[in-house]
Design a protein around this ligand. Structure first.
Ligand code: AMP
Length: 434
């Protein structure tokens, strides 16, 4: 016999965003999301980035080919669903860069102009072990600047992100950069890495041994503590890059100095996706615990051509929004709440309900925000509700107002009252008259 079904629960690794303060995690608060999204929107606009919205799922092959077949994401973390007889399966995007580049190519945007700066914001999906700051559905915001090899563009993307952080009150972050070379210098590095790993290969984990054969760079992503420790002494790609890549890296560093963005070179950064070339960077927050990476980004000069687009340089970043919300809280900058509504409309009795509903509609049509009672509560309870919503004005209709085709308004702070026509009330609430 089955009993009553248990209360529905959200899947592990997800969270709900609520309009009221609740729970302990900042990602559960709508106000923080709105503040962050508006900061992202305004900084991106100021820097000339345009918003794009690719779909939440793509053909699985898009990620296998561009994120890389031998990456943690593609090997272990994708939410993939069958396509029901339409060929390739679908995968809910684990990152947005491949979809963003597909969007630019498929819609022939490069035929309009050769250089694009775009930004995006939205949920990603990765089947990871959930923990604080690490979710199975999480929001990434990011930019892609496509169509140039200019090292100053690398600097610009970092400046954009630094500015977003500062705008939301996150002033403390560490910027680390590295170079991963280009396909020309990477061949030699692969050999050097193989030569380093080979004598110890038997003691590496099975995953590493497989990656050694298929994509040796990915051995450096291994999280198994002994392997990670041994990898510490692996040769660094930054020490082996060609003259062109070295000059690019030096220009990026000079650019960062010129805009006053403090950074450190960290030769150990190798981003875990296949498409990165030359500059890679990470921002970390000293205020967060284990999951302290705020953003990952860099250049991907071969990706666009490899996906069938023009052979152009590109650079971008992807940032985890939940981490920024955590850093905002740790920085002691709680997001301001939403502005209070303009009115709460109160009906004295049943006879006034239809009229108060119409009055509320008229006020909303005039651009005011507000609500009314739908639970047939007493006037006292309606006034309590007006208080609770934080409305600036209560707008009341009783028998006397009905007879005079008027409304009574009360300023909640201060308590001034007056009876007037609805049009007059709208002007007063808008602050157009006294
Ligand atoms: P990645 O695409 O792996 O380079 O990650 C870029 C950024 O996204 C990281 O620096 C984090 O801020 C964020 N991020 C990645 N995975 C997760 C996750 N599972 N939950 C929350 N944030 C994430």
């Amino acid at each position: 016999m089955s009993g009553p079904s248990p209360n529905p629960r959200r899947p592990e690794g997800t969270y709900d965003v609520l309009p009221v303060p609740h729970g302990s995690q900042p990602e559960e608060r709508l106000a923080g999301w709105l503040a962050l999204e508006s900061a992202v929107r305004s900084v991106c606009a100021r820097y000339g980035y345009q918003e794009i919205r690719p779909p939440l799922f793509e053909h699985t092959s898009l990620f296998a080919k561009s994120t890389g077949e031998v990456t943690d994401i593609v090997e272990k973390e994708m939410f993939t669903v069958p396509s029901r007889g339409e060929g390739d399966s679908y995968t809910f995007r684990p990152e947005i860069t491949p979809g963003a580049i597909r969007l630019l190519i498929e819609n022939r945007l490069f035929q309009q102009k050769a250089f694009w700066k775009v930004w995006y914001w939205g949920p990603n999906f990765r089947y990871e072990r959930p923990q604080k700051g690490r979710y199975r559905q999480f929001v990434q915001m990011g930019v892609e600047a496509v169509g140039s090899h200019d090292p100053l563009l690398d600097v610009e993307t970092m400046a954009v992100y630094a500015e977003i952080l500062r705008l939301v009150g996150v002033m403390k972050f560490d910027v680390r950069i590295n170079t991963m070379g280009c396909p020309a210098c990477r061949g030699g590095y692969r050999e050097a890495l193989r030569a380093f790993l080979e004598p110890h290969l038997a003691s590496y984990c099975g995953n590493c041994r497989r990656r050694f054969e298929r994509n040796v760079l990915r051995v450096l992503d291994c999280k198994v503590p002994e392997d990670a420790r041994r990898n510490e002494s692996a040769p660094a790609i930054a020490d082996q890059v060609c003259a062109g890549c070295r000059a690019h890296f030096e220009a990026v560093q000079a650019g960062l100095r010129s805009v006053g963005l403090a950074f450190a070179v960290d030769k150990k950064i190798v981003r875990g996706l296949d498409y990165y070339t030359r500059t890679v960077y990470e921002f970390a927050s000293p205020l967060l615990g284990a999951q302290n990476a705020l953003v990952g980004g860099g250049r991907y000069d071969t990706l666009v051509a490899s996906m069938g687009g023009p052979d152009v340089g590109a650079v971008g970043f992807a940032a985890g929004a939940e981490r920024v919300l955590l850093a905002m809280r740790e920085s002691g900058r709680p997001a301001a709440g939403l502005p209070p509504p303009d009115f709460f409309a109160v009906a004295a009795d049943e006879a006034a309900r239809g009229e108060i509903f119409l009055a509320a509609q008229t006020m909303r049509a005039a651009g005011l925000s507000g609500d009314l009672d739908y639970e047939r509560r007493s006037v006292k309870a309606q006034m309590r509700a007006a208080n609770k919503t934080g409305a600036r004005y209560a707008v009341f209709i009783g028998a006397e107002e009905l007879a005079r085709r008027a409304v009574k308004i009360k300023r909640m702070e201060g308590g001034d009252e007056g009876v007037m026509s609805l049009d007059e009330a709208i002007r007063v609430i808008k602050g157009e008259t006294r």
